[in-house]
Design a protein around this ligand. Sequence first.
Ligand code: FBP
Length: 559
Amino acid sequence: MRNISPLQKERLNYQPKLAGVLKNGIKNISATLGEKTSAVKDADAIQQLFANIYGKELVTFSSTEASGEFDVKNVGVILSGGQAPGGHNVIAGLYDALKQANPKNELFGFLGGPSGIVDGNYVKFTDDFINEYRNTGGFDIIGSGRTKLETEEQFREVWNQCQNLNINAIVIIGGDDSNTNACMLAQWLDEKNTGIQVIGCPKTIDGDLKNDQIEISFGFDTATKTYAELVGNIQRDANSAKKYWHFIKLMGRSATHVALEVALQTQPNITLISEEVEERKMSLSSIVDYITDIVAKRGNNGKNFGIALIPEGLIEFIPEMKVMISELNDILALAEDDKDYTNIKSKEAKYALITTRMTDNSANVFNSLPEIIKEQLMMDRDPHGNVQVSKIETEKLLIEMVSERLAKLKEEGKYTGKFSAQSHFFGYEGRCAMPSNFDADYCYSLGYNAFALIQAGFTGYLSCIKNLTKPATEWVAMGVPLTMMMNMEKRHGKMKPVIQKALVEINGPVFKELENNREDWALNDRYIFPGAIQYFGPSEVCDITTQTLILEQRKAVKC
Ligand code: FBP
């Protein structure tokens, strides 16, 4: 075994808690079919595209008499998209269930994400191999990638690889885009009568793969606790030195669940919520006014320090930016095959051509941005057509603009403080953290449950564990049809079927909690310092889940 820290050693021995009914063992559970489902939006288009797997029933597992020996089933697993704490435990749960069902079953791990199955790069899991990764962070066990599975050739290659290895089912562990892949693959394999099943598992630190059935994606719990620890540490530093404003950008490509959760755990002075910005049609200028006002009030009271949380995806929610980025996406998608554009070498000439293809308003917005932000907006989209917002330095843009406004206020005699700012970006720091007890248990249950769905013969389903604010003994194990979560959205300039992202609800209980407190937190220092994730100790410290889950479930129970 590699050199490992004492904590890592202890964590390898941690036995994750399995969801209620799954604890009885893979041979003692049976599936019950619930109501038929439809799609969250655009049902006709989704039904047409996914004719074989559309509209299936929800599945719930319950206890049953032990069954005898199960037929051999080989499974392939893929980690897909960005890393999230707990991925290794999903694989461990899947492996343990599969071996309990029949020791002759084999688990194959495809390397480097979806491209691994297309290119036939894989490893076969053994006890020794998996045991080294139990309860660890990261996706390094088999690696991950963002290849989009959508072409006929890719699907045929997947089928070839499954035939070569006698694989009966594929488990895709991923976020909304990756589970969209899972849905397309399930449809194709079913259409061709291959008998190969596809099951997804809900992953992403962003916390936006959730709906009426999926309470939270795995990784959100650990990542937000990790960021909250760091933000808390910075708050303590700011409160000690009293000389800096810290502008902290927090990961979460689109939705603001991460920044909102971190805000509830730490109570900073300012938290921007992208969904609110969009809903209240706040322009970039009005966001700068909002921040400047708080900085100025604090400065005039002798407090030249503070903490502002900025969501990673903010720029795409500012109305004028959203329109401009959407136009830019379409223009760049067409420009890929346009020699007039690809032959241009200088970026200034590229900007000039691009802006002539925009509406006047968007061209003005684009031209008003600092050079560095223009460059970052022009970078390649990811394979799913998303702007790579992690590379856009919104926190620096805001510091620059706030600083300019404060200088004006100073000239007018309305600001007497000093503004010195530090920028931070917390994202990669949290994605591979050692999973919290919650994520370790949840992920293990998700993986185990994925095999239960395979064993029961389902395809085109997402593994689902519910009732997550209760102890694991009360968790419910389910399967949710992937088509139930889909709708049509524009990607790379074309309408495509995708899993709908869950954004922060402005009328929901989580946002309301921030809204009710933020005025107080802005001017009075109500900082909370959460400290590091604890793995051993009292349950109220080690097993507590996120404020988001607690507040949302409280509301769900009341309804
Ligand atoms: P997933 O949705 O695939 O889980 O990834 C989420 C995320 O961590 C975002 O928060 C972030 O914008 C993005 O990945 C960064 O991607 P990359 O790892 O390619 O830099």
